[in-house]
Design a binder for this molecule. Structure first.
Ligand SMILES: Cc1cc2nc3c(=O)[nH]c(=O)nc-3n(C[C@H](O)[C@H](O)[C@H](O)COP(=O)(O)OP(=O)(O)OC[C@H]3O[C@@H](n4cnc5c(N)ncnc54)[C@H](O)[C@@H]3O)c2cc1C
Length: 533
C-alpha cells in the first residue's frame, strides 16, 4: 500500500570478498547501493563511501580495526552501523563506511524457561516477535515500525512503543550486550556489583556518574522515557553498575553492539479496547490520568488530520471506525485494557468506560476483533499517513516529532504548540504514545522555499524552549541523530554536554564511530544533509 522505505537489500554488485585480514563478509561500493544507504526514514540524505556486510563478531572487529588504520591517512574515516534503516533522526547515515548487520547476523535463540531471547544485531524485530510468540512471549518495547525495524536499531535508539506503558523502553528490557569497542576489544556488558568495577574505562564512567548523574537526571525532565544524550544517569542503580545503559540509545557512537540478551514477557491473553473522541486538547492530561487509574495495557492516540488521510488511504479501516467515533472530534484515544482473566478484563473495560462517560467524554467500547484490528491499523500507520501523502514539493519532516512532556502539562503544552504551528502556517499531523506523554507531531514543510532549513531550525528552537519550560524532553525514543544533536547543548547546557563529550572520548577518542551524532553535530551538517529531492 505505502511506497515504503528504501530497503537495505542491494546485493547485486558485491565487489569484494576478502579485502580485510580475517574479514569473511562482503562489501559494495556501486552507486546504486550507496544511494540506497544514503537514506533512512528521516528527512536526510548522506552518501556513504562503502557498505560492509559482516558475518560475525570477528568480522566486526576486523572492520573496526581497519577503520582505525584508515584514520592514519584519512581523517574523515568512520564506521556507522545500520540495522533496518527506519530511523527518523538520521542516526544510520554518514559519509564514511556503513556496516549493515542485517544480511548475515540474524541468529535468534528463545529460552522459554528463562523468558529471554539471545539475538544477533542483524535480526529484524518481526523475526524475534514471531519466534517469541511461539512460546506466548514478546519483547515488550514494541515500536509502530515493529515489522520493519531491527533489534540493532532499537538498541541504538532506545526505542519504545505501545507496550512501554507497562514494560518500559528498550533500556529497561536489555539484560546483556556484547559490544565491539572502537579499540577492537569485545566486551560483554550487564549489571554487576559496583565493587567489581576495576577497569580504567569503567572507573572513569563511574566517576562521571558521581559528578553528573543527578544533574543529568534533573535536566532530562520529569518524564518516563529519554532517548537524547547518553544515559549516564542510568549506569548505576543501587549497588549495581551497568555499562550497557550507556550503549542503549548511543546510536553506535561508542561501539558496535553485535549480540544482546533480551528480557521477554508473556503476551497479554485478554484484551478489550475503548476509543475516546476528544473535542479539545485542554483537558487531555486529566483524561489520561483518569484512564491510567484503570491500569491500561496501551494508551495511544491519533488526530483528526491523520484520520482524514486514513479515510482516503486506509478507507476500509476508517469506515469501520465510524460506528465508534464522533467524526467532529479533534483527537481519538485508544485505551487497551488487559487483566489476568477474560471476566476481569471485561469488567475493567466497563468500569473505565463508565468513569469516562460519567465525566462527559464521548467513549465507545469496540466490540469486534475486526474493528479492533482496524483501529490499530490506523494508529500503527499514522506516521506513514502523514509522511507519505503530501502535495508535490511539500514534505513531512520528523524534527519535533519525538518530544515527551509530563502528563500534567500535556493539554497546556499541546495548545501552545498548536498556536506556534498555526502562527507559522505549518500543517501537521499528530499521533503517539500519549499514555506516557510521548507523541508525534510531524510538521509539513515547503521544500520549494529557499528558507526551508531555517524554517525547520527556528521551529525546533521555539518548541524545544517550550518543552524545557514544562520539564519535558526533546526525544523520547527516536534519539538525536543529525536532527537533534545540534540542539543538545541548548537543552542540556554546556556542562552536561562536556560530560557527553568525555564519554565519547573514553570509548572513541579518535571519533571513528558514527561521528557528528550525540557529540560534535552542528547546524551546518543538518542543513547540508537535508534531502531536497
Ligand atoms: C513508520 C514508522 C513508525 C515508527 N514508530 C516508532 C515507534 O513507535 N517507536 C520508536 O521508538 N520508534 C519508531 N520509529 C523509528 C524507528 O523505527 C526505531 O527507532 C527503530 O528502533 C530503528 O530501528 P532500525 O533497525 O530501523 O535502526 P536503524 O535506522 O538502522 O539505526 C538506528 C540507530 O541505531 C544504530 N544502530 C543500529 N544497529 C546498531 C548496532 N548493532 N550497534 C549500535 N548501534 C546500532 C544506528 O547507527 C542508528 O544510529 C518508527 C519509524 C517509522 C518509519
Amino acid at each position: 500500500m505505502f511506497g515504503f522505505l528504501k530497503n537495505n537489500f542491494v546485493f547485486t554488485h558485491a565487489d569484494s570478498k576478502q579485502v580485510v585480514s580475517g574479514f569473511t563478509g562482503e562489501s559494495v561500493t556501486d552507486e546504486m547501493s550507496l544511494e540506497a544507504y544514503s537514506r533512512d526514514a528521516s528527512a536526510f540524505r548522506v552518501v556513504p563511501k562503502k557498505v560492509w556486510y559482516p558475518k560475525n563478531t570477528e568480522d566486526v572487529v576486523a572492520l573496526v580495526v581497519l577503520c582505525d588504520k584508515e584514520k592514519e591517512h584519512d581523517e574523515n574515516a568512520s564506521l556507522t552501523v545500520r540495522a533496518g534503516g527506519t530511523c527518523l533522526s538520521g542516526g544510520p547515515l554518514n559519509a564514511g563506511w556503513i556496516v549493515d548487520m542485517t544480511k548475515y547476523m540474524k541468529k535468534i535463540h528463545i529460552d522459554p524457561i528463562a523468558q529471554t531471547a539471545t539475538v544477533e544485531m542483524g535480526a529484524y524485530f518481526r523475526d524475534i516477535e514471531d519466534a517469541a510468540l511461539e512460546h506466548g512471549l514478546m519483547f515488550a518495547p514494541y515500536p509502530s515500525s515493529h515489522r520493519l525495524c531491527g533489534i540493532g536499531g532499537m538498541i541504538g535508539n532506545n526505542a519504545s512503543g505501545e507496550k512501554s506503558l507497562r514494560h518500559g523502553a528498550t533500556i529497561d528490557n536489555v539484560l546483556e550486550l556484547t559490544v565491539v569497542l572502537p579499540s577492537g576489544e569485545v566486551v560483554t556488558m550487564g549489571p554487576r556489583s559496583i565493587s567489581s568495577v576495576d577497569l580504567l574505562r569503567e572507573k572513569e564512567v563511574l566517576s562521571l556518574f558521581e559528578k553528573y548523574g543527578q544533574a543529568l537526571q534533573r535536566a532530562a525532565g520529569d518524564v518516563r522515557k529519554v532517548a537524547s544524550g547518553y544515559r549516564l544517569d542510568k549506569v548505576v542503580s543501587g549497588e549495581m553498575f551497568n555499562e550497557a545503559a550507556l550503549f542503549v540509545g548511543s546510536q553506535g557512537t561508542l561501539g558496535v553492539v553485535t549480540q544482546a540478551v533480551l528480557k521477554l514477557v508473556p503476551v497479554p491473553q485478554f484484551l478489550e479496547l475503548l476509543v475516546i473522541s476528544a473535542q479539545t486538547l485542554h483537558d487531555l492530561g486529566e483524561v489520561i490520568e483518569l484512564v491510567r487509574a484503570y491500569n491500561p495495557e496501551g494508551l495511544e492516540t491519533f488526530d483528526s488530520n491523520t484520520f482524514k488521510k486514513a479515510e482516503i488511504y486506509l478507507k476500509e479501516h476508517a469506515d469501520r471506525m465510524h460506528a465508534y467515533i464522533d467524526p467532529n472530534a479533534h483527537l481519538f484515544i485508544l485505551v487497551q485494557l488487559s487483566e489476568s482473566t477474560k471476566q476481569e478484563t471485561e469488567a475493567q473495560a466497563v468500569r473505565c468506560h463508565d468513569a469516562l462517560r460519567d465525566k462527559g467524554y464521548f467513549v465507545r467500547h469496540v466490540t469486534t476483533e475486526t474493528d479492533v484490528a482496524s483501529l490499530w491499523q490506523i494508529r500503527r500507520n499514522s506516521l506513514l499517513l502523514i509522511r507519505d501523502h503530501n502535495e508535490k514539493g511539500y514534505k513531512a519532516v520528523p524534527c519535533i516529532e519525538d518530544v515527551i512532556v509530563p502528563i500534567v502539562s500535556l493539554g497546556v503544552f499541546l495548545e501552545k504548540l498548536g498556536s506556534i504551528l498555526t502562527r507559522r502556517k505549518i500543517e501537521y499531523g499528530f499521533h503517539g504514545h500519549i499514555g506516557e506523554g510521548s507523541f508525534r507531531i510531524i510538521p509539513v514543510f515547503n521544500f520549494n522555499s529557499p528558507s526551508v532549513a531555517e524554517d525547520i531550525i527556528e521551529l525546533m528552537r521555539e518548541v524545544f524552549v517550550l518543552v524545557k519550560e514544562v520539564r519535558g524532553n526533546i526525544s523520547a525514543d527516536h534519539s538525536d541523530g543529525i536532527i537533534r544533536t545540534p540542539f543538545l547543548e541548548e537543552f542540556y547546557g554546556a556542562e552536561l554536554c562536556s560530560a557527553f563529550k568525555r564519554i565519547k572520548d573514553i570509548y572513541d577518542p579518535k571519533n571513528n564511530m558514527n561521528p557528528k551524532k550525540k557529540v560534535g553535530g552542528d547546524i551546518a551538517f543538518l542543513t547540508q544533509s537535508l534531502d531536497r529531492e
